[in-house]
Each structure stands twice: as structure tokens, then as C-alpha cells.
Design a protein around this ligand. Structure first.
Ligand code: PA5
Length: 384
């Protein structure tokens, strides 16, 4: 929290440079908690921006164009400290930050979250004297949102990380090994999804009915996709935002190939209150809804969709959370992480490694003629 306060005091914007597990968790939590249109308003907290998760030249040029107009800080997150997307972005950001503030002042608003000893991010942080946080050795990137990887950006954005962690701790107790199976949400979820997979349901669609949860889908896809997709096995994790995507993917889900099941994350209570207004002319015929909560309409859409999808041959799992606040999101994170470990073991894969992500990197470096990769460069050129 002390580092978060420094960044809050010194910066209008903070760029989180990281990819995969090094940014998706923070992005998911901040999006779920923040006012959707807050970025259009003045705020006492810095705007949190995400980069280092792509190599889009336009994306990076446009980001830099914006950063030239504000005072910004950087949270450079990389467990290995060598990830290309993040490292290229960090180079650009560091250069600009030093141009704006001078090297000494820039060092006060650049923070590293990385390995204790290994990797370029660690070497740079130690050499430049950046404040740094350690990613524990035994925590893989996609399981790291409850370490400084997620907690620091979330705190900078102004959210209560103690409540987030408390929610996770309470869920840790609720999913302890001695908890009976039927009372253990993570074991039940893991068991059901594996039973469905054995039954030919190869795709799991995570559905939400709250736009703020779009990035929950992105985080969850990485968590389950990278943990389970190996050895020629694994449920393919997909996600949809409803009711929005009922007007695009809805047709496929209702009537397409019957290899899918759906897991709905349902939020019981909205944080605000809004009713459908009455209209004198009633041209749309919706006066029967006047005075009723928007959330009631949403909940009936959810129930109606569930019944339709089940009728259409799409099994439905429902995960309910009380509301979108730090405590309940902490619970949800821990439940999904615990279930992911259990599920991987049921599938008989190692859920904590990701050997498959190296293949593209090897080819990219060979194609870019990285020194030391001469043999690979020759071999790959012969294929083109
Ligand atoms: O879950 C994982 O291990 C990966 O998705 C990593 O988080 C991602 O590849 C980024 O790696 P790093 O933090 O080493 O830059």
C-alpha cells in the first residue's frame, strides 16, 4: 500500500507492463470493481493502463502519444523477466519516463514485480534502484493475482486489497481438503466439468451477465486453457458476455454442434438501483416493466436463457456471487484457482506447467535472427 500511495501521488496514469498471468488478474479485478465510465471523469486515483501484452506498433505508438501528455509511472511485471512483449514495451516506457522526469526521479515511479534473483527485470531493478516486489517461486503466472502481480496495480487503482485477500482466505477455508465433497465448491465444479468432458462436451463457455465481468472471462480462459490444454487433452475454454452475445453467439450456443456446456457467473445484487421508466405513449409496449428494476429484467433473461440452452442440449453450471466487491471477487478468484488445480489432476495433466508456449517463441527468435539461433534460423528459412 505504501508503494501504491507513492504512485497515486506522483502519477496521473500508471502503465502495467505484463502479459498472460502478469496482467490478466489485475485487469479483471479492476474492471469488475471500477465504475465503467470512470475513465471519463476526474479521479483521485491514477488511470491504470495495460501494455506489454501485445506487439502492436499502433497500440504502442498511440499509448506513447498519450503518455507524452501526462505524468506516468510504470509497474513492470514479469516472473521470468525475459518475456519479449513486456521487455520491448518496458524499454519504450522507461525511455519516455526518463525523458520526462530525468533518470533519478523516474526511478521513483518505476516498480518491478519479478523473480527474486533471475531475469533481466530483476537485474534492471537492482541496477536502477527501483522498488521491487518478488513473485514467489512456487506461484505460476496465471495463479499470481493474489501476489504483488495483481495486488499492487489493484491497490494503485484505489481498491481494498485487504478485503480481496480476506475473501480468498475465507474461500481457502471453505475449500480445504477436509471439507466434504458436496460442500466443497471447487471440488464440485472440477468434478462436474470433468464428467461433462468425458461425456463429449469439449468446450466450456464462461458466461456473465455483467459487462464489468468481461475480463473475468479473459483471466479464466488463461487460467484453465494454460493449465489443462496439454498432452492432447483439455476442455477448450471460451467466454461470452450476455445478453450482448446472445445476439451473435446465441445462435451457435442454442443450435450448433452439441459439444459445449456453459458455466454462468451470476451476480446476485447490483451495487446500484435503476428502474425502467414509464412512458406515456408506450410505443414499445414495455410499460408492463415500468417501475421494475433493470436487474430483474437481466435475471429473467438469465433464467430464460438457461432454460432455452438446457432444452437445446447445453448443460448449465451456475456460480453465484453475492455482489461485485473486493471480498466476493477474492472468494471467486480463490475458488477458480483451487478448482483449476483439482480439475487438472482429475484430467491427469500437470496444471502448473505450460511447455507449449515456448514453440512460437523459438520460431520468432529464429525468424528475427537472434544471435545464438543460427541453426534454427537456417532450418526455419528452409521451410518458408
Ligand atoms: O501463467 C503463466 O505462467 C504465463 O501466462 C505467464 O504469466 C506469461 O507468459 C508471462 O510470463 P512472465 O511473467 O515470465 O513475463
Amino acid at each position: 500500500n505504501r508503494t501504491a500511495k507513492t504512485l497515486q501521488r506522483e502519477c496521473d496514469a500508471v502503465v502495467v507492463a505484463g502479459i498472460g498471468g502478469s496482467y490478466l488478474g489485475a485487469r479483471m479485478v479492476i474492471d469488475a470493481l471500477a465504475n465503467t465510465f470512470g475513465w471519463l471523469q476526474e479521479s483521485k486515483y491514477p488511470r491504470i493502463l495495460f501494455a506489454g501484452n501485445n506487439i502492436g506498433e499502433d497500440y504502442l505508438s498511440e499509448l506513447i502519444g498519450y503518455l507524452k501528455t501526462v505524468s506516468f509511472g510504470i509497474i513492470n511485471i514479469s516472473k521470468s523477466g525475459t518475456t519479449t512483449e513486456t521487455a520491448i514495451t518496458f524499454r519504450l516506457l522507461k525511455t519516455l519516463c526518463e525523458q520526462q522526469r530525468g533518470k533519478e526521479e523516474a526511478a521513483k515511479v518505476i516498480v518491478a514485480v519479478t523473480d527474486a534473483k533471475r531475469g533481466a527485470a530483476r537485474v534492471t531493478a537492482d541496477k536502477e534502484g527501483y522498488k521491487s516486489f518478488i513473485i514467489p517461486d512456487n506461484v505460476g503466472g496465471r495463479f499470481s493475482v493474489l501476489t504483488p502481480v495483481g495486488l499492487l496495480p489493484i491497490a494503485v487503482a484505489g481498491f481494498d486489497i485487504a478485503a480481496l485477500v480476506k475473501g480468498a482466505q475465507d474461500m481457502e477455508a471453505q475449500t480445504a481438503p477436509e471439507v466434504p465433497f458436496m460442500e466443497h465448491p471447487a471440488a464440485v465444479y472440477a468434478a462436474i466439468r470433468n464428467a461433462l468432458y468425458q461425456d463429449g462436451k469439449k468446450i466450456e463457455i464462461l458466461a456473465n451477465y455483467q459487462p464489468k465481468l468481461h475480463n473475468l472471462g479473459e483471466w479464466w480462459k488463461q487460467l484453465y486453457g494454460e493449465s489443462e490444454g496439454k498432452d492432447g487433452k483439455g476442455i477448450f475454454p471460451a467466454s461470452v458476455d450476455l445478453t450482448t452475445d446472445l445476439h451473435s453467439m446465441g445462435q451457435w450456443i442454442q443450435d450448433g454442434e452439441r459439444t459445449i456446456f456453459e458455466t454462468v457467473v451470476s451476480v446476485e445484487q447490483p451495487n446500484t438501483c435503476l428502474e425502467v421508466p414509464s412512458d406515456e405513449e408506450n410505443l414499445d409496449g414495455l410499460n408492463f416493466l415500468a417501475g421494475r428494476r433493470i436487474d430483474e429484467v437481466n435475471k429473467m433473461a438469465e433464467l430464460g436463457t438457461k432454460l432455452a440452452h438446457v432444452d437445446g442440449g447445453v448443460p448449465n453450471i451456475r456460480l453465484s456471487i453475492t455482489k461485485l466487491d473486493e471480498y466476493h471477487i477474492g472468494q471467486l478468484i480463490y475458488m477458480f484457482e483451487r478448482a483449476c488445480g483439482i480439475s487438472g489432476l482429475l484430467l491427469e495433466v500437470n496444471p502448473f506447467d505450460q511447455p507449449g508456449v515456448e514453440a512460437y517463441k523459438k520460431n520468432m527468435f529464429a525468424l528475427l535472427c537472434k544471435p545464438g539461433c543460427e541453426a534454427e534460423t537456417e532450418a526455419i528459412k528452409a521451410r518458408l
